[in-house]
Design a protein around this ligand. Structure first.
Ligand code: SF4
Length: 323
């Protein structure tokens, strides 16, 4: 998938991540996905809970071993961290976790939480440098140096997420997987955290994989958006294009459910219901995973998996309707 002159930072090729579930079979959480993430962009990854988006992000970062397929970072193969690549890649690629309550060790001060990664990579030489860098990071995320000696329980959810962001930034990364970073926060502070991420991206030249189920927030932050359904990417396009001109029946249904702020338009809009039984990603065979809920499904849809193909410049969809 080329995108003009944009430089590819992360290249994911036919990546699969399967889990063996005892007495049940194989859970195909991510099943043969391919996409690129360009330097400096935000690629949003959306879909319902359990569609494989978080597994996708974690597998790219090596938190889960890849079952099959390849991941390249700046042209280097980092699939399952081939020997010697671990520190190199780990320093460049970080993660912001979904739950700011569970992801911070309650026994550690903010200072120790932020410094952990710096220490692992030997980033500072002297204690004063370490302190200075921590104060700088706290300021960068909208906190201040008085917060350094406090413990996570003394902070609100939004502030804890800021600590999580400072921790990810501590090793000066290029690429960050933001795993539903706002879904555990109050609606009133979600926008503040998103705006902070946008500001940091501009200032530090970061690249994001932004995972979320809230489609309206993903639109705001992403340059391009990929839609996942049961382990597959079913549609991928620029954010503007995807929201204005969705093509895959699943994307259309998801977007039709987003409330419109204009009461008149909201009253007249047509919501496409997602009916039918949701299939199981355990032991699933070939065929379109959306077939049981799709009103356009044919016999072919039940037996042949549609490939993600370019249907217009930069707009990809996996659906037999476009063949
Ligand atoms: Fe519907 Fe078939 Fe397209 Fe799947 S491939 S979305 S079942 S029309």
């Amino acid at each position: 998938m080329s995108n003009g002159n944009q430089e590819v930072l992360v290249h994911v090729k036919n990546m699969k991540k399967y889990f063996n579930i005892r007495n049940k079979g194989v859970l195909k959480a991510v099943d043969d996905v391919s996409f690129d993430i360009y330097k400096g962009e935000t690629l949003g990854l959306v879909g319902e809970s359990g569609c494989g988006k978080t597994t996708c992000g974690r597998t790219i970062l090596g938190l889960y071993p890849v079952t099959e397929g390849e991941i390249e970072y700046e042209g280097r193969n980092v699939t399952n961290f081939k020997k010697g690549d671990l520190p190199w890649f780990k320093k460049r690629a970080q993660m912001i976790f979904q739950d700011p309550y569970a992801s911070l060790d309650p026994r550690m001060t903010v200072e120790s939480i932020i410094a952990e990664g710096m220490e692992n990579f030997g980033i500072y030489q002297k204690p004063e440098e370490r302190k200075e860098r921590i104060y700088e990071l706290l300021q960068l995320v909208g906190l201040n140096k008085e917060h350094a000696s406090r413990f996570p329980h003394e902070f609100s959810g939004g502030q804890r997420q800021r600590i999580g962001i400072a921790r990810a930034l501590a090793v000066d990364p290029e690429f960050i997987v933001c795993d539903e970073p706002i879904s555990a926060l109050d609606v009133s502070i979600q926008a503040q955290v998103v705006n902070l991420l946008v500001k940091l991206q501009k200032e530090l030249g970061l690249t994001y994989l932004f995972i979320a189920h809230d489609l309206s927030m993903v639109k705001h932050i992403s340059d391009r958006v990929g839609v996942m359904y049961m382990g597959h990417i079913v549609e991928l396009a620029s954010s503007t294009e995807l929201y204005a001109n969705p093509q895959h029946p699943y994307t259309k249904a998801l977007l039709s459910a987003i409330p419109i702020p204009d009461p008149e338009k909201e009253k007249n809009k047509v919501v496409l219901p997602l009916e039918g039984e949701v299939g199981s990603p355990i032991n699933c065979g070939p065929g379109c995973r959306f077939a049981s809920r799709c009103k356009y499904a044919t016999e072919k849809c039940k037996t042949e998996t549609p490939e993600l193909k370019e249907i217009e410049a930069g707009h990809f969809a996996a659906c037999h309707l476009f063949e």
